[in-house]
Unconditional design. Structure first.
Length: 255
């Protein structure tokens, strides 16, 4: 083989190797960027689970406290006590007393008409009944999550499940492990949420990087747009190494 042919072959091999090195480096950057996003979403989900348990425990504490308070039912003292407990509880917007399936009085006052209480959509593992969403009939307010314990109910703003998160790039959903969504933030993709509630896992599709986790009767979902994934930070770390490797190959390939 002539010298020029050897040089040409070496240059071709060098070019192929350098191209492969940079392609591999970019793929490593991409995979690491996806993993970084997954790690962040997993951290979000752990906080979401903690928040769901805090909200549930806070509502249960309020209902247990009023049920253990010796007062004449639906008296002025009873209503004032429910109001005081509500004001001092950061998760509960209102309390109500239930008898024979009918709401009798609330922390807003006596109930003057018959309001039947709906059956829970699901129960937590602590035996607390939960209605996914109900518009209160005795107060001018938006729909609330309702929790039942003993003869009391507690109204909860669904935002309480997610209001500790301010990342507008991340969409969130909180649901029972049976798949009933009680709270969401930043309009998560409904189809993907349903899929993840049926089978919680982490992954990446054509539109989103996502993570779902189920624990203690709750399932939480977080997702971000695939377009939000950036490899620039990882490129700054990996590409210099790839450049050194490419230069080394070029040097070896030079006759």
């Amino acid at each position: 083989m002539k010298r020029w042919q050897i040089k040409l072959a070496a240059a071709a091999v060098s070019a192929i190797c350098i191209t492969a090195i940079f392609a591999i480096a970019r793929e490593i950057c991409w995979q690491q960027a996806v993993q970084d996003q997954q790690d962040e979403l997993a951290a979000f989900n752990l906080r979401l689970l903690e928040r769901a348990e805090l909200v549930t425990a806070g509502a249960a504490d309020a209902m247990r406290l009023i049920s253990q308070t010796p007062v004449d039912l639906c008296s002025t003292s009873h209503i004032e006590t429910m109001l005081r407990i509500t004001v001092n509880n950061r998760f509960v917007d209102g309390l109500g007393y239930i008898s024979d399936g009918t709401l009798r009085c609330t922390s807003w006052g006596p109930v003057r008409r018959e309001i039947r209480v709906p059956d829970p959509d699901f129960y937590t593992r602590d035996g607390i009944g939960v209605v996914q969403s109900m518009k209160p009939k005795v107060a001018a307010t938006d729909a609330r999550v309702v929790m039942y314990l003993d003869k009391y109910d507690a109204l909860i703003n669904p935002e309480r499940f997610v209001d500790v998160f301010s990342d507008v790039a991340t969409s969130l959903a909180v649901a029972s492990d049976s798949g009933i969504v009680v709270a969401a933030q930043n309009s998560p993709d409904a189809t993907l949420v349903r899929s993840l509630l049926a089978r919680p896992h982490a992954g990446l599709n054509s539109d989103y990087v996502y993570n779902a986790l189920s624990e203690n009767g709750w399932t939480v979902v977080s997702m971000r747009s695939r377009a939000s994934i950036s490899i620039r930070h990882n490129e700054a770390l990996i590409l210099p190494v790839a450049m050194i490797a490419a230069l080394a190959i070029a040097g070896v390939a030079s006759p």
